[in-house]
Design a protein. Structure first.
Length: 167
């Protein structure tokens, strides 16, 4: 479906996903890189700073967690597919369905406890920059929600394909 014919909610949702999956990781990685260069410069030419290490760790965490969502978006993640590649198309479809059921159920079961733990960490602050630790870990919850949605969409598509007998 072309972008012009999409419902406004779909376009808005896609824009939000673009911000989370594309622009935030790009911003955090750029920040990580610049802060890393600042850290090197100050360490060797002036006096070592403590905050760049902490900010680099937060940026790295955010880059990785949101980058996972982007990798899943375009199905560009690493797979160990020796058995999968040897199976016939219907066998591959069944393996994808089983894998997606496992992933959706696992992430769904872990979502609420993860959210509770992230909220629990709000009392603790980072040592140098005093950033609340729930800010550092909240991207994990967002990643889980996005992945649950993506795996559910893939699961529904694969089940429809199996029911229609298109394989």
């Amino acid at each position: 479906m072309s972008a012009a014919k999409q419902h406004p909610l779909v376009r808005g949702g896609q824009t939000i996903l673009d911000i989370i999956e594309v622009y935030l990781p790009a911003l955090t990685f750029t920040t990580l890189f610049v802060v890393f260069l600042i850290q090197i410069f100050f360490r060797y030419f002036i006096v070592p700073l403590t905050w760049p290490m902490e900010l680099s760790l937060f940026c790295y965490l955010w880059t990785i967690l949101f980058g996972v969502c982007f990798g899943e978006r375009d199905d560009e993640h690493i797979r160990f597919s020796l058995i999968y590649d040897m199976a016939k198309p219907k066998g591959q479809l069944i393996m994808r369905i089983l894998a997606n059921i496992l992933l959706v159920s696992s992430f769904s079961i872990a979502l609420y406890p993860s959210y509770k733990y992230v909220n629990f960490m709000s009392f603790k602050r980072s040592n140098v920059m005093l950033i609340p630790m729930n800010w550092a870990y909240f991207p994990f919850v967002i990643m889980m929600i996005i992945l649950i949605g993506r795996f559910t969409v893939q699961l529904v598509k694969d089940v429809r394909t199996l029911i229609r007998g298109e394989v």
